[in-house]
Design a protein around this ligand. Structure first.
Ligand code: PRP
Ligand code: URA
Length: 237
């Protein structure tokens, strides 16, 4: 095979080969990036990473992590006074000021979104289907069920893996195009490369993560990572 054909084919099979990547330390102090320090989250992420964790357990763990991450990513939401009556007497309690949106990025975002819903049962759920082209690593949109956002206090884009950042950036571009306000990105594991790209592309969007890993491999997988989050949730290995 001629040299240039060979190198074109290698580039297709290993799209991250030779691409410079920032170190973990270089991205740790990026603004408005929240990496969980919670021991229960660390424990469950380690179980997820384990290659012996089977799809039903994997899905359950993703859901549980969604619930824990939702708790961390909502710590500063605003409330307004609300009059209620307890069985004993009236009082002024609190309710969330404005609605919440959750946007699972299909497929892998489904389990996480389910966990978010445990905490935020009244949230509106809008599905966005993105698939990463394995050769170019570019995201391809194949499904969109977004609606007009009315009186939202916050909208969470929910996807477990932030690898090159392409899918996250594309999803947020789409949400902004639809006029969705007050966006937050929530994910489980990020590579430094994708985190930096996302921070640069959307500096106004707070980022909540369960863990920050070391690097991308030549095929664009997060290392040490957990493999393919969609395949492991839905048993399509
Ligand atoms: C995974 C993941 C993200 C994307 C991350 O989805 O859930 O959406 O890859 O990669 P990126 O940061 O390089 O864009 P995938 O395309 O594998 O689809 P799936 O959820 O259907 O498995
Ligand atoms: N998508 C995944 O599911 N895992 C990775 O490591 C990268 C992208």
């Amino acid at each position: 095979m001629p040299d240039d054909t060979m190198s074109a084919s290698l580039q297709r099979d290993f799209p991250m080969r030779g691409v410079p990547q920032p170190s973990r330390d270089a991205v740790l102090s990026l603004p408005d990036v929240h990496i969980s320090q919670h021991p229960v989250i660390a424990h469950k992420v380690s179980m997820l990473r384990d290659r012996h964790t089977n799809p039903p357990d994997f899905y359950r763990l993703v859901r549980e992590l969604g619930t824990l991450l939702a708790y961390e990513a909502t710590v500063d939401l605003r409330t307004v006074p609300a009059s209620i009556e307890t069985p004993l007497e009236p009082m002024v309690g609190q309710k969330l000021a404005g609605g919440v949106g959750i946007v699972p990025i299909l497929r892998a975002g489904l389990g996480l979104a389910e966990g978010f819903r445990q905490v935020l049962p009244d949230a509106q759920i809008w599905h966005l289907g993105l698939r990463r082209d394995e050769r170019t690593l570019e995201p391809i949109e194949y499904y969109n069920q977004l609606a007009r956002a009315v009186n939202l206090q916050v909208c969470f884009s929910v996807d477990p893996m932030l690898a090159t950042g392409g899918s996250a950036i594309d999803a947020l571009n789409t949400l902004k195009r639809y006029g969705v306000p007050h966006l937050r990105y929530t994910g489980l594991i990020a590579a430094p490369y994708g985190l930096l790209k996302l921070r640069e592309a959307h500096p106004d969007v707070p980022i909540y993560l369960a863990a920050l890993d070391e690097r991308l491999d030549e095929r664009g997988y997060i290392c040490p990572g957990l493999g393919d989050a969609g395949d492991r949730q839905f048993g399509t290995l």
